[in-house]
Design a protein around this ligand. Structure first.
Ligand SMILES: [Zn+2]
Length: 272
């Protein structure tokens, strides 16, 4: 990563009147003022031999950053070994597609606790992650927004410490929602970054993948995305902490206002 913080969106932009696809979204977002897009492989891997060349061409022509969000049907803590195997295959399908367009990071949620203990889940997930081959893509473990899903910050930091091919994706909205609105002010965000650099070193902050956005939540965690300014997510404090800790990497904005909220984040960050 080239020593700066990139800003982009999750999935396709709203666009203006015209229909957008991944390939046409890249020059549109670049002209809009953004740097990155996270391809959504959540239901199906939608980069194929039919669209990969134009996506790659536009990515290179616009010096654009691509990541991808892996399948939602991944559970590396599944009881049945066929289910774990299928989960690994879904991860690898995402990796292969991302490699075709020279993407860098595949983001996914590693699994669910289901009936097992936190420790048991950790061990099972670690075992599966260790089997993932090195293919030039970073496996990004994302902090999850519900208490039933494996993926507290502590769990993921620990996995990243143990497995060299795994890196962190901090979803601040998820952490906020999972803990029923825990991220309120600068110190809450700074505490997270302090913890990450303390455990994984400054290198983790030099190349961090981040999700951010407005989120509606309850005691059970996340419900749905909201426009940033209609939510209680303190994005200004979050961005201040990112700047103060000299975080580099990529901020992906999620929510219904897509590119407009991402640009709001970028401009706010630049004006701090
Ligand atoms: Zn996610």
């Amino acid at each position: 990563m080239s020593g700066r913080l990139l800003f982009g969106i999750s999935g396709l932009p709203l666009g203006v009147g015209q229909k957008v696809n991944y390939a046409s979204a890249i020059p549109y977002l670049k002209a809009f003022g953004l740097d990155a897009m996270e391809l959504l492989f959540v239901r199906t891997v939608n980069v194929s031999d039919a669209n990969k060349d134009t996506i790659l061409h536009n990515k290179l022509a616009n010096d654009f950053y691509l990541s991808a969000h892996g399948s939602h049907y991944i559970n590396l803590n599944a009881d049945a070994s066929e289910k774990r195997k299928a989960s690994i295959e879904r991860i690898l399908d995402g990796v292969d597609a991302l490699l075709k367009v020279q993407g860098r990071s595949l983001i996914f949620h590693p699994g669910y606790y289901l009936g097992s203990s936190k420790e048991g889940s950790y061990t099972a997930i670690k075992e599966s992650l260790c089997r993932l081959p090195h293919k030039g893509i970073d496996y990004r473990l994302e902090t999850t927004g519900k208490g039933t899903a494996f993926g507290t910050l502590e769990e993921l930091v620990s996995l990243c410490k143990e497995i060299p091919s795994c890196k962190l994706c901090i979803d601040f909205a998820h952490i906020h929602a999972r803990n029923n609105g825990s991220l309120k002010n600068y110190d809450d965000f700074a505490g997270i970054l302090q913890y990450v650099s303390g455990q994984l070193g400054q290198a983790a902050l030099d190349d961090l993948h981040i999700h951010m956005g407005g989120v509606e939540y309850g005691v059970k965690g996340e419900r749905n995305h909201l426009p940033l300014q209609e939510s209680d997510f303190n994005y200004v404090a979050c961005l201040k902490a990112l700047k103060e800790f000299e975080v580099r990497g990529c901020v992906i904005c999620e929510g219904p206002r897509v590119e407009y909220d991402s640009l709001l984040l970028k401009r706010t960050y630049q004006d701090l």
